[in-house]
Design a protein around this ligand. Structure first.
Ligand code: CO8
Length: 194
């Protein structure tokens, strides 16, 4: 964490995270959760195409190659795109806990500019859990897993039920997903999490 006390800082009494027994093994790729997700979907031409991998404990890693379509300033990644990369990597932590969770708060530090063509090596971990609240942190390093830190974030994810998406998403996309047995299977597997 960044050392500040904010809404993304675990309260006293928050529990350490517990890796779910059915979590993907360390090193295993966590597949895209939705083909049209801007962060990880293969169906989005200018998306980030992040491929997240389970790590040790309750952690994940991912790589993001910055493309021309991701620029803000000439030759540099847009800050919002970098925040998306952090957000998507953090979103992968739900697979380690086997809960469905969405971003409630994302506090981002931009430490170094990230050039087009660079590979951002991301890692995220859950710091603590308090009821439905999942406190987590992420870092993005340039060029290598031990490269210079370019971005970091503290975040609060909130556990939700599948209804969060069914009730709020645009009907045509929801109907398409519900008609896909593979997607329904993934979502239901999370719902029976004890
Ligand atoms: C499937 C995985 C996809 C992964 C993709 C990558 C991650 C994403 O980008 S997800 C998309 C972006 N996020 C969203 O769209 C979420 C939009 N927000 C919401 O839907 C709601 O505000 C939601 C669900 C987060 C919380 O609402 P609700 O379920 O009613 O819970 P609510 O009772 O308000 O809050 C629960 C607790 O969280 C706290 N909380 C909620 N939001 C915040 C916040 N922004 N800051 C601090 N605390 C918060 C509340 O204070 C409360 O705490 P306590 O239990 O101690 O009183």
């Amino acid at each position: 964490m960044s050392g500040r006390t904010t809404a993304a800082t675990p309260p006293p009494g928050a529990a350490p995270p517990a890796r779910h027994p059915e979590a993907p093994a360390p090193g295993e790729i966590i597949g895209s959760h939705y083909e049209y997700c801007f962060g990880c979907g293969g169906g989005v031409a200018h998306g980030l195409h992040l491929q997240t991998r389970a790590g040790e404990g309750v952690s994940v890693t991912a790589e993001f190659q910055v493309k021309e379509a991701h620029q803000g300033a000439p030759g540099l990644a847009h800050g919002g795109v970098l925040a998306t990369a952090l957000d998507e990597t953090l979103g992968g932590l739900g697979w380690l806990l086997r809960v469905i969770a969405v971003t409630g708060r994302l506090e981002t530090d931009f430490v170094r500019p990230v050039p087009v063509g660079a590979v951002l090596h991301l890692e995220a971990e859950v710091v603590a859990v308090a009821g439905r609240k999942i406190f987590c942190t992420a870092t993005g390093r340039i060029g290598a897993p031990d490269g210079p830190v370019a971005v970091r974030a503290d975040a609060l994810f909130i556990e939700v039920k599948i209804d969060h998406f069914i009730e709020n998403g645009r009907k045509q996309e929801i109907q398409a997903v519900l008609a896909d047995p593979d997607q329904v299977k993934v979502a239901r597997a999370f719902e029976v999490n004890p």
